[in-house]
Design a protein around this ligand. Structure first.
Ligand SMILES: *Cc1c(COP(=O)(O)O)cnc(C)c1O
Length: 402
């Protein structure tokens, strides 16, 4: 993040903000209040699935605004039933709880895991979580997060987590050996904030099998990598497995806050009336946004687009940065579909402002990783433009003295 420039004496100073304000957008382009144009390779942090001002999404939301924005979960909400069915069909799971954000979806997942344990007589349930994981900023989800910077100043952390390294089955087995209190394994299929770190397909399959053998829930946080970003609806589907619990948010509403926890049969009946809830969760405006997002994704072939344009972008970055890859300045280009990370051999936070100056919106995570999570409508020409703007900035940064 860039250096903090408070924009107002009244807005709490929680983000180091870039010195621009965006006023409107169209597709993968946004304009600031001075009329400058930017190519949006950040998509509101993997949120703006169908881009800005989409010609089908906007009229649908306008229509919904004139009918109902919010009712409450005291009544049936027909659009919840539609969106739940769409998510169930695409995931192969069975039931959905709706909320509004990623951390809220993950809180629900953690509560499900604990109650799953209590229902089998485990009074102090423990959940396996990962190094470098990010699950949100509530007290429970920041405790599950594997980043000391997110946790600093907010102790005591919530107990009941066992932390293991990614992609290491032996370490997972060793850390849980003989422990009767383990109830779940909780992971991102591709870690986002932690630096775009994919779980290996074999590892996902092995953990699925281990969870089956030990009667643990497999909970896969697809808040960032889900909703078509990798070219399948959900990133874990590349491994041919199903989780028991899958939190979603970010891309699900194309910018309208929508969160969901999608569960399979083992977790479908854990919550009973009174166990969990959310005032905003599943409101008619949010549900309409989710339904229309999925409809547009299918009508416009956005899964296929994410897979193809993502592969093209990755290959183009590899070509343009071949010299830097050869000399070690670029350590790796990772990710799947339109969730890519360029891992550099040195911290690269300065690139965010330089990219803005050059008309491109990106982010940097885990200090050294340039993250690209553009809208899933990105074209090949726009992918070329990302490469043309970004790669010279990376090369120049790598040539500067430390
Ligand atoms: C962004 C993110 C969250 C938190 O989502 P919020 O909507 O900011 O609460 C949780 N998990 C993952 C994997 C994320 O990328």
């Amino acid at each position: 993040m860039p250096s903090a420039t408070p924009s107002s004496p009244h807005v709490m100073n929680t983000y180091g903000r870039l010195p621009i304000a965006l006023s409107h957008g169209q597709g993968c382009r946004v304009w600031d209040t001075n009329g400058r144009e930017y190519l949006d390779a950040l998509g509101g942090i993997a949120v703006n699935t169908v881009g800005h001002n989409h010609p089908k999404l906007v009229p649908a939301l306008q229509d919904q605004l004139t009918k109902l924005i919010h009712t409450s979960n005291y009544y049936h909400v027909p659009h919840q039933e539609v969106l739940a069915r769409l998510l169930v069909e695409r995931s192969g799971l069975t039931n959905v709880f709706f909320c509004s954000t990623g951390l809220e979806a993950n809180e629900a997942a953690l509560k499900l895991a604990r109650k799953f344990g209590h229902d089998k007589g485990i009074e102090r349930p423990e959940i396996v979580v990962y190094e470098k994981a990010f699950h949100g900023r509530s007290i429970a989800t920041l405790s599950a997060t594997g980043n000391p910077k997110v946790q600093a100043g907010f102790g005591p952390l919530v107990e009941g987590f066992i932390r293991v390294p990614v992609n290491n089955l032996a370490a997972l087995k060793a850390a849980t050996e003989g422990n009767p209190n383990v109830v779940a394994v909780f992971m991102e299929a591709i870690q986002g904030e932690g630096g775009v770190n994919p779980m290996h397909m074999d590892y996902l399959r092995d953990v699925r099998a281990l969870c089956d053998t030990r009667d643990w829930l497999l909970m896969i946080d697809e808040v960032q990598c889900g909703m078509g970003r990798t070219g399948k609806w959900f990133a874990h589907q590349w491994a041919g497995i199903k989780p028991d619990v899958m939190p979603l948010a970010k891309g699900l509403g194309s910018g309208v806050p929508v969160g969901a926890v999608v569960v399979g049969p083992r977790a479908a009946n854990i919550f009973q009336p009174g166990n969990h809830g959310s005032t905003f969760g599943g409101n008619p405006l949010a549900m309409r946004a989710g339904v229309e997002t999925i409809r547009i994704m299918e009508e416009e072939g956005l899964l296929e687009n994410a897979e193809k344009v993502g592969a093209y972008l990755k290959a183009s970055l590899e070509t343009a940065l071949a010299a830097e890859i050869a000399n070690g300045g670029v350590k790796e280009i990772r990710g799947l579909g339109l969730m890519l990370g360029i891992d550099l051999a040195k911290p690269c936070g300065a690139l965010v402002q330089r990219a803005v100056d050059a008309g491109l919106l990106i982010s940097v995570t885990a200090d050294t990783v340039v993250r690209l999570v553009p809208p899933l409508i990105l074209s090949r020409a726009e992918a070329d433009e990302i490469v043309t703007i970004l790669c010279p900035l990376i090369s120049a940064l790598l040539k500067e003295a430390a």
